[in-house]
Write a protein that binds this ligand. Structure first.
Ligand SMILES: C[S@@+](CC[C@H](N)C(=O)[O-])C[C@H]1O[C@@H](n2cnc3c(N)ncnc32)[C@H](O)[C@@H]1O
Length: 397
């Protein structure tokens, strides 16, 4: 086994939980699990060197920068044995495998069950490791028609390996994250372990955490400036034309007025009623929209500061993702936003971790429980209906 695959550091846990994080990114999921104080870090991997460096800097644990597809294909059993040999307590395997579906490349390689996809690789590693609990986080379109085969095959492979598998779409705003962030979450519990339930909601619609609560206290910075006391609080330098548009967007939740900015945006807005978020401002008293890798760019969504004339800084984006206020993102300017936008919000991860620890019976958060059918062609078209129904996909969910 290569050095990068060797688990680092001792683990004395007999009864303590061990944490293995695959596709670990900058560590959002791990940060939440480790914050409970009940998990020992066992192993984390990601093939992005900047994300791995951020993980290491803030969490103090080494990240193996390996291609997990290769690990799954060539050494899953050796890898699993190495981890099992050094931890006697229960293990929770978490991961956010990118879901690229069945590409033509995969078809050429001839695996009809998706094992050659990153999602399939994650399941291969899970089955080799046999952790007590497996948690997968992904975009909601994991359950859409085009990805259904990928999900359904993963579910049946885990079931065949003795896991009870449940899948839901959650809105992380229900856990206090100041964002409307819908995500697919799969929780699989090994048959000889108590079944893990989804966490209980802590915040109801109408009482979600607000933008003001999380970024209202930060010092103002102008386009192109960086705060003296925080290198992460740095705003993009916008062009003159962009600044001209931004200045005309009303403060605190305003939309780009018709006639301001590119004409094509007006055409799509009037003919399809769409793109109202483009060049929109965040509102102080509500949640932010989903924070993405593009949130420093006003033309990519509702990402303009409620009052200041600029897109979000990495610090603001990270706080809206519930990272601690001193978290440092390593790497080039744009890469910091990629790491932040990709991450599981640590607060949501913490709630999931607590559910892993507690088991028990409680009401479970969630927009919908996934059954035997895909949710449709795309999740985004369902969002307006979900909002109307108080956060659920259908009555009674
Ligand atoms: C959605 S992000 C995971 C975010 C992470 N769970 C968090 O909370 O910060 C997916 C990650 O998969 C990594 N990745 C993509 N392909 C990979 C591969 N073949 N091997 C290892 N990691 C890979 C990307 O670099 C990215 O950081």
């Amino acid at each position: 086994m290569s050095k990068a695959l060797e688990p680092a550091g001792p683990s004395d846990g007999v009864n303590r939980w061990g944490l293995v994080d695959l596709f670990a990114g900058c560590g959002g999921a791990s940060a939440g699990f480790l914050a409970t104080g009940a998990f020992d870090h066992l192993w984390a991997a990601d093939n992005d060197r900047w994300a791995a460096a951020t993980y290491e800097k803030n969490l103090g644990h080494e990240v193996a920068t390996v291609d997990l597809l290769e690990v799954a294909e060539s050494s899953a059993d050796v890898w699993a044995a190495g981890i099992r040999a050094r931890h006697r307590g229960p293990i929770c395997l978490v991961g956010g495998p990118p879901c690229q579906g069945f590409s033509s490349h995969v078809k050429v390689r001839g695996d009809s069950r998706g094992r050659n996809t990153l999602y399939g690789a994650f399941v291969t590693l899970a089955i080799a490791l046999e952790p007590e609990v497996v948690v997968i986080e992904n975009v909601p379109d994991l359950f859409a028609t085009r990805n259904w085969e990928l999900f359904a095959d993963a579910r049946s492979r885990l079931s065949d390996a003795g896991y009870r598998v449940r899948a839901r779409i959650l809105n992380f705003a229900e856990f206090g994250v100041p964002q409307e962030r819908f995500r697919a979450v799969v929780i699989a519990s090994r048959a000889d372990h108590p079944e893990v339930r989804f966490p209980a909601p802590t915040h109801a619609q109408g009482a979600f955490s607000s933008v003001q609560e999380w970024i209202g206290e930060l010092s103002p910075v102008a386009s192109g400036e960086v705060a003296e006391d925080d290198a992460m609080h740095q705003a993009s330098r916008h062009s003159k034309a962009t600044l001209e548009i931004i200045r005309q967007v009303p403060a605190d939740g305003g939309n780009r007025p018709i006639g301001v900015g590119p004409e094509c945006l007006d055409r799509t807005r009037t003919s399809h009623g769409g793109y109202t978020d483009v060049y929109g401002r965040l509102a102080w008293q509500t949640t932010a929209p989903t924070i993405t890798a593009r949130c420093r760019t006003p033309s990519c969504g509702r990402f303009i500061h409620p009052e200041q004339h600029r897109g979000l800084t990495a610090r603001e984006a990270a706080l809206l993702q519930t990272f601690p206020s001193n978290w440092h993102f390593v790497g080039p300017f744009d890469d910091r936003f990629k790491q932040i936008g990709n991450a599981v919000p640590p607060l949501a991860a913490r709630r999931i971790a607590e559910a892993v620890l507690s088991g028990g019976s409680h009401s479970e958060a969630g927009v919908v429980e996934i059954g035997d059918e895909p949710i449709g062609s795309s999740f985004s078209v369902l969002i307006p209906g979900i909002r109307r129904r108080g956060g659920r996909l259908a009555e009674g969910n």
